[in-house]
Design a protein around this ligand. Structure first.
Ligand code: PRP
Ligand code: URA
Length: 219
């Protein structure tokens, strides 16, 4: 697994969440014998921790409140409610955990699948909240491999008005970070791990296999 320093040496930019609980849970998820139900539960738990990282710098404003003892100016989140955008279908495995942490967030979905021959992203669904231009948009998908899916989703969201975006994944590889950094240098990547490379089928090595299939038990 690569470090942020390895990435910097390659001219790449991503935040790697090194928290021991994230790393331990990710190892449990990678195991090929892991059940779908355990895989889903672990993904949800890791997503809580990734959610804290990606929202670490949200702006706060003071609001005057009354406690039972006296009045005070206390911090509350500034601006419109943020929106989570799930890249279907595997993104939904992260969405649940994110919503556990921020239940009032708005939610959008971009339906994409990778054409197995060309590895290009094919869109089949798009539905997002209004006022995208005023919200922080957090795009979630466990895997950033070639980055074709994420690049296409973020491009579509920009067309829909989104300006302030972040991308959160579980595992990526240098090829995906490079492609995404080049296509969307304004969108930071937060990930739990950066693996070695992609194989000839565009799968992350060592990775965890097909995230959608492992979440939903479709293989
Ligand atoms: C997986 C994954 C990403 C995409 C990553 O989805 O969830 O969306 O592949 O690969 P890329 O970076 O090379 O585009 P998949 O196409 O398998 O669809 P699914 O979520 O419906 O299983
Ligand atoms: N999509 C996945 O689900 N896994 C990979 O390794 C690459 C793309």
């Amino acid at each position: 697994m690569l470090t942020e320093q390895n990435l910097a040496d390659m001219g790449l930019q991503a935040t790697i969440v090194r928290h021991p609980l994230v790393q331990h849970k990710l190892t449990l998820m990678r195991r090929k014998e892991q059940s779908s139900s355990a895989f889903r539960a672990l993904l949800r738990e890791i997503s809580w921790l990734l959610c804290f990282e990606v929202t670490r710098d949200l702006p706060l404003v003071p609001e005057h409140i009354e406690t039972p003892v006296q009045g005070m100016d206390a911090p509350v989140l500034q601006g419109r409610k943020l929106a989570f955008i799930s890249i279907l279908r595997a993104g939904n495995g992260m969405l649940d955990g994110m919503l556990d942490v921020i239940p009032s967030a708005r939610v959008g979905h971009v339906g994409l699948y990778r054409d197995p021959e060309t590895l290009e992203a094919v869109e089949y669904y798009y539905k997002v909240p209004n006022h995208m231009e005023d919200r922080l948009i957090v795009v979630v998908d466990p895997m950033l491999a070639t980055a074709n899916s994420a690049i296409s989703a973020v491009h579509r969201l920009k067309q829909g008005g989104a300006k302030d975006m972040r991308f959160v994944c579980l595992i990526t590889a240098p090829e995906g970070i490079r492609a995404f950094n080049e296509a969307h240098p304004d969108v930071p990547i937060v990930t739990a791990a950066v693996d070695t490379k992609l194989n000839d089928h565009g799968y992350i090595v060592p990775g965890l296999g097909d995230a959608g299939d492992r979440i939903f038990g479709t293989k």
